[in-house]
Design a binder for this molecule. Structure first.
Ligand code: PLP
Length: 381
């Protein structure tokens, strides 16, 4: 069997044609395709405004900056996520605080979040890990109770719903990533969505050096050539070339999600009655799955099972090592033991391939190899 990667983009002829068309047009960046992509995205995620940026990490950075957080502020998030989810607090001089996950859903546990709230807490970043959705009705209520802001990290969950609503319908901001392993891709790419006009204006400025030409925002002159830098922003722009790809990819979102769902259901059927633990779908979550992880009942066998699958050309992975166990986080004072369930989950977990181009045969092969490498138990098939 050829190597089966854990994630992979699906680029088709019409995606390529759309990019070529952009290349032949007058705009390579900051042209009409950016606004078109933003409009399409905003509609799909149920938000009023979208700001396309160069990647999901940039989206987290400007979302945190737009809230004005800095030194002395605390930002609560999950440790079972890509490091960018908590790094955005560090970029702003704020302090990431890690709350533990729920062992079944692998999502940030709202009761553990509540325990970590202090007078200096400013933001909660729920991560829709794997494409399962956090209970946003509950998080929105908690945030309003303590006057906190919410940035949803939706890098995994494009197309998912929570509590019957689109992710963009909630207060605060949502961030998205269009890296090739994510649900749709623009090469590198990301976005922030929101329903708040003031945050939207601030995000637009932060994307482009903090500069505005909007007459309503200018402090002084308003000559036709005049612009002002109002914040210390960045060049986090997404190109028209990339947005052309994004527009084309968004049209395929439903098809991609449907195929991912079929594969998840096959994995679930194969592993449900086994000693392997699979990620549960909580009752409020209508998932759009990005990752499929299994957790072994015998954690000392993780390396062996991982290597056995790799030897069979299955591109297994681990998502994620708790962020605070990374050497950098240790160097700034974090230590093991903060989130015991997350640490235990990490030691047991293996990510299996999940992307729309997987064939039924490949999925069957992965299931067979997992059962064999795990070995000692007879599974239902
Ligand atoms: C991918 C990812 C990001 C960052 O996105 P990039 O586009 O790679 O910068 C942020 N959060 C999570 C949970 C991710 O998986």
């Amino acid at each position: 069997m050829e190597y089966i990667s854990y994630g992979k983009q699906c680029i088709e002829d019409d995606d390529i044609a759309a990019v070529v068309e952009a290349l032949k047009s007058d705009y390579l960046t900051s042209g009409p395709r950016v606004a078109e992509f933003e409009n399409d995205l905003a509609k799909i995620v149920g938000a009023r405004y979208a700001v396309a940026v160069s990647n999901g990490t940039a989206a987290l950075h400007i979302a945190a900056l737009a809230l004005g957080i800095g030194a002395g502020d605390e930002v609560i998030t999950t440790p079972i996520t890509f490091a960018a989810s908590s790094n955005c607090a560090l970029y702003c001089g704020a302090t990431p605080v890690f709350a533990d996950i729920d062992g079944d859903t692998m999502l940030l546990d709202i009761d553990k979040v509540r325990e970590k709230i202090t007078p200096t807490t400013k933001v909660i970043i729920p991560v829709h890990y794997g494409g399962e959705l956090c209970n946003m009705d509950a998080f929105a209520e908690l945030a309003s109770e303590y006057n906190l802001a919410i940035i949803q990290d939706c890098a995994h969950s494009l197309g998912g719903k929570t509590c019957g609503k689109a992710q963009g319908e909630y207060p605060g901001m949502q961030i998205w990533s269009f890296h090739p392993v994510k649900t749709i891709t623009t090469g590198e790419g990301g976005a922030v969505t929101t329903n708040d006009e003031n945050l939207y204006k601030k995000l637009l400025r932060l994307r482009t050096h903090g500069i505005t030409r909007d007459k309503n925002q200018l402090i002084n002159d308003n000559a036709p050539w005049y612009y002002e830098m109002l914040d210390l922003g960045f060049n986090y722009r997404l190109t028209d070339i990339q947005c052309a790809l994004g527009i084309s990819q968004l049209k395929k979102l439903e098809r991609f999600i449907k195929r991912r769902k079929e594969i998840v259901e096959r994995y679930n059927d194969a592993f449900r009655d086994s000693p392997l633990k699979i990620q549960h779908t909580p009752k409020w979550s209508s998932p759009a799955r990005h990752l499929y992880t299994i957790r072994l009942d015998e954690k000392h066998r993780r390396r062996e099972v991982f290597n056995a699958l790799l030897a069979k050309n299955i591109g297994v992975n681990v998502h994620y090592m708790p962020a605070y166990l990374m050497p950098y986080y240790k160097s700034i004072g974090y230590s093991p033991g903060i989130c015991p369930i997350a640490e235990d989950s990490y030691e047991r977990m293996i990510t299996l391939p999940l992307h729309p181009l997987l064939t039924d045969e490949q999925v069957g092969y992965v299931i067979k190899c997992v059962k064999e490498s795990f070995g000692k138990v007879v599974y239902s098939s």
